[in-house]
Design a protein around this ligand. Structure first.
Ligand SMILES: NC(=O)c1ccc[n+]([C@@H]2O[C@H](COP(=O)([O-])OP(=O)(O)OC[C@H]3O[C@@H](n4cnc5c(N)ncnc54)[C@H](OP(=O)(O)O)[C@@H]3O)[C@@H](O)[C@H]2O)c1
Length: 366
């Protein structure tokens, strides 16, 4: 055998062995540690995810109120909301995410992301917020009575909007906004289709697209048709009766939170200068999960006219203020499916994991 082939064969075997080792390392699941004894002094109730697994690994603990840093804000949480990212983080799945969340067990056990509440204290380097302000945003550990927040990741709640409405917004609505505006480049007058329109992201995507002046088609099941129409969709496809890829219609943008159609089937119904933005997928493959769909979009993109891309949302300066403005104008509301007390976050996450929530699942914090 030529030396070149031997070297290539050796490199291939090494790469395969590397993938095998990585898969083994990422599959490792550390045993759940016993939660610490209840803290004393100024305490709060908070949920923690100290190991990976089903909702029963979550622990409801009595912990010290978090310490405020100079450039942070301490918020008394009044409501939180669940997102698929919470149960992905709880399970450490897809396992590829453990490269950043922690091998074997979560590096940061604080649980929850979306919150709304009242500013309790403000670090000396923070401007623009004061104790008593009603705010909403994202912070690690939002399934708790107090949370320490980076002020760039929060905004004020408009008058007349309650904590539950505001808490539901951050992750899901920022994702919808970035999918439509930043990745989709949506302009007024264009036609957009939202697949998965009755979910957390979809219910906001329909409303934000309408607020941007688009003509909106929405895809959901029979029981959610009225909800999605009430959010402003111009055309609703009930996917149990009608396949939008076979309707003969075309769109400038498809925002896909479900990924239950082939990317080439989707590309066929998108204008040549349009785009498919992949937000999520129901793919529960253990290692890559929804990321497989991002890869498929990336690989298929050179072969079709429309742009195909996956996206990962990140709350950025200005996004929450923009959404707050839409709420104030009455153009964005949260479709809240169920509300759970803080003590039942494990139950709420189990419900979210069914993939059947209509809009948002909210946690009321005492
Ligand atoms: N890329 C990012 O940065 C990012 C950010 C946030 C979320 N995500 C991902 O986006 C996806 C959606 O998130 P979400 O918060 O909207 O989830 P969700 O609220 O759990 O979505 C539930 C909704 O999905 C709908 N659904 C299920 N199968 C469907 C189908 N075949 N066709 C149309 N709709 C269907 C359900 O409606 P029916 O019961 O009527 O079928 C339900 O209303 C998840 O995969 C999530 O991980 C990604």
């Amino acid at each position: 055998m030529k030396r070149r082939w031997k070297v290539l064969g050796g490199l291939g075997a090494l790469a395969l062995a590397g993938v095998g080792v990585l898969a083994g390392v990422l599959s490792h699941r550390a045993a759940c540690p016993a939660p610490p004894p209840p803290a004393e002094g100024t305490t709060m109730q908070a949920w923690m995810a100290r190991c990976y697994g089903a909702p029963d690994v979550l622990t409801f603990e009595t912990l010290p109120v978090p310490v405020l840093a100079d450039d942070r804000v301490l918020v008394r949480v009044r409501a939180s909301a669940g997102n698929p990212l919470d149960w992905h983080g709880m399970r450490g799945e897809p396992r590829i995410m453990r490269l950043s969340s922690g091998i074997g067990a979560p590096e940061d056990p604080r649980f929850g992301t979306d919150f709304a509440g009242v500013v309790e204290a403000v670090g000396p380097k923070v401007s623009g917020f004061a104790p008593g302000d009603r705010v909403f945003g994202v912070a690690p550990g939002a399934f708790a009575q107090y949370v320490v927040v980076n002020p760039a990741r929060m905004a004020k709640i408009p008058d007349g909007i309650d904590f539950a409405q505001a808490a539901a917004v951050p992750v899901a609505a920022v994702t919808a906004l970035q999918a439509l505006r930043d990745h989709g480049g949506l302009r007024a007058g264009q036609r957009v289709l939202v697949n998965g329109a009755s979910g957390g992201v979809g219910t906001y995507a329909v409303q934000i697209a309408k607020a941007m002046g688009a003509e909106v088609s929405a895809v959901c099941s029979t029981r959610n048709v009225d909800l999605v129409r009430s959010l402003g969709a111009d055309r609703v496809f009930d996917y149990t009766k009608e396949d939008f890829t076979a309707s003969g219609e075309r769109w400038d943008l498809i925002v896909d939170t479900v990924s239950n159609h082939g990317v080439f089937d989707l590309a066929r119904v998108i204008a040549d200068d349009g785009a498919l933005v992949v937000v999520g997928s129901k793919d529960d493959e253990a290692f890559l999960g929804p990321a497989r769909r991002f890869l498929v979009a990336l690989l298929a993109d050179p072969f079709v006219a429309p742009r195909l891309e996956g996206m990962l949302a990140e709350v950025r300066d200005g996004d929450l203020a923009y959404l707050s403005g839409l709420m104030a104008e009455g153009r964005l509301r949260s479709a809240i499916d169920r509300t759970f007390p803080l003590s039942a976050v494990d139950e709420a996450i189990g419900y979210l994991e069914t993939g059947r929530a209509r809009g948002k699942v909210v946690i009321e914090v005492p």
